[in-house]
Ligand binder design. Structure first.
Ligand code: BGP
Length: 475
């Protein structure tokens, strides 16, 4: 048995990491426009306003806004069946609550989608990839306010209508689960997902739970809306999931590991089982957290069950109940796994973790799964022959795709696509750097502001082309 012939091969990119053009054609400021770069040791900093004259890679990105035709032609050359893009909400409603949408912003995404279709590439559109208008954060307090659900739905409606009949795969949110996952205990992660800074919250558990709940309600309502506008729409939500292993068979390690692995699945439960889970509501009650669950919300959960699940997979974690002081920590949390190597940015490299996760999610939800992100962030060097020989990336992807094939072929997991993250080099979300590169296509752009933006296929470009051509037979 092989992968289905309709298997969706492709890649994923996000507006704020590639478009640039931060102030063109009526775009407003978005949340990420005030985040400056960090590095492997430091989180990105979040400022109150855009720093005047401060140029950092996100401001110009990789200039995808002006070069999308050239880039899509390269994706086509690789044989992409699909490309996941995101819409930057601040291009559509620059102030969040404008009376009318910004036509130029809509036009831009129509052009990108038309170009994809002309190249036989199926567009998958994410409506929220950390790109909320900054004005909504300032004026309404972002997802702490129920009003934001209405603003989000109005924006979704605008996009569902503008791209009706052209886009059939939609993603309501990217990685909303990080709002209260392990990762959330830093300013950057809560800001990234919901525009709030962890250290500034007076009652963090209550605020994080409220934001998570409102985002979940917004997602199920968007699912219903998408179906009403076009019955052919397939709507998913993307989660950044991290399998967790017990350090030993000590039942306490196993219990802790289970708790961590399942702690942010309640949003998926809510989106797949037609109701917000009782176990989470009881947990909130015990913690003194109150949610304003309305009858309208309950109906929305029933009516907004997802069509597919998107999983972003990068690394696994390990849990140990009694951590010793000298144990090395892993980037994603927990202690370092002695059986795994790390990437240059400290993310564990674990292909079997992908197979494990696919099995886990398939058996729990029985919905089609798309791997919506996976890849290796590395420092690439242009060799003397002018090329990038990224055999390490090929090796990483080969191992992960072979694990995915085992999940589909041997374990019968219903995985319908594989979208490699950052098929063209772009700005890193967690560090804001260009140095951390994922692409099959090299972009001549650097953190010091130099570079011509010229595009160049790396060795992995030709490797992926072959993978797609043989539908994954030749890895
Ligand atoms: C995911 C985000 C992406 C992407 C990826 C890699 O969490 O959805 O936007 O950037 O992580 O992270 P980074 O770019 O920091 O290496």
């Amino acid at each position: 048995m092989e992968l289905n012939e309709n298997f969706l091969w492709g890649g994923s990119i996000a507006a704020h990491q590639c478009e640039g053009a931060w102030n063109e054609d009526g775009k407003g400021l978005a949340m990420m426009d005030v985040a400056t770069s960090g590095d492997v040791h430091h989180d990105r900093l979040i400022h109150d306003e855009k720093l005047p004259g401060y140029t950092y890679p996100s401001e110009t990105g990789i200039d995808f806004y002006h070069r999308y035709k050239e880039d899509i032609a390269l994706f086509k050359e690789m044989g992409f069946k699909t490309l996941r893009i995101s819409v930057d909400w601040s291009r559509i409603y620059p102030n969040g609550d404008d009376e009318q949408p910004n036509e130029k912003g809509i036009q831009y995404y129509q052009n990108v989608v038309d170009t994809l279709l002309e190249n036989d590439i199926e567009p998958i559109v994410t409506l929220y990839h950390f790109e909320m208008p900054l004005a909504i954060v300032r004026k309404y307090g972002s997802w702490t306010n129920r009003k934001t659900i209405d603003l989000y739905l109005r924006y979704c409606k605008t996009m569902f209508e503008a791209l009706k009949g052209k886009v059939h795969y939609w993603v309501t949110f990217n990685e909303m689960n990080h709002i209260d996952s392990q990762m959330a205990l830093s300013d950057f992660f809560t800001y990234f997902v919901a525009g709030i800074k962890y250290s500034e919250l007076e009652n963090a558990p209550q605020t994080l739970a409220t934001c998570a709940y409102y985002m979940t309600v917004a997602s199920v309502k968007a699912v219903k809306l998408a179906r009403e506008i076009d019955a052919d729409n397939k709507i998913g939500c993307v989660f950044g999931l991290t399998p967790n292993y017990p350090y030993s068979c000590n039942p306490e390690d196993v219990m802790l590991s289970f708790k961590r692995m399942t702690r942010d699945l309640y949003q998926i439960d809510a989106m797949c089982y037609g109701k917000f889970p009782e176990y989470k509501l009881h947990e909130y009650q015990r913690l003194g957290i109150q949610l304003d669950v309305t009858e309208d919300d309950k109906m929305a959960f029933k009516e907004g069950v997802l069509d597919f699940l998107g999983i972003n997979y990068y690394a696994s974690e390990v849990s140990i109940a009694k951590e010793k002081e000298d144990m090395e920590k892993a980037f994603f949390g927990g202690v370092k796994n002695p059986y795994l190597k790390d990437s240059d940015w400290g993310w564990s490299i674990d292909p079997t973790g992908l197979r494990y996760l696919l099995n886990f999610i398939d058996r729990r939800y029985q919905l089609p799964i798309m791997i919506t992100e996976n890849g290796l962030g590395a420092v690439d060097v242009v060799s003397e022959d002018g090329k990038v020989h990224d055999d390490y990336r090929i090796d990483y992807l080969k191992q992960h795709l072979s694990a995915l094939k085992k999940a589909v072929i041997e374990d019968d997991v219903n995985c319908i696509g594989y979208l490699m993250w950052g098929p063209i080099d772009l700005v890193s979300a967690t560090t804001g750097e260009m140095k951390k590169r994922y692409g099959f296509i090299y972009v001549d752009k650097h953190d010091d502001g130099t570079g011509s933006y010229e595009r160049m296929p790396k060795d992995s470009f030709y490797w992926y082309q072959q993978v797609i051509q043989t539908n994954g037979k030749d890895l």
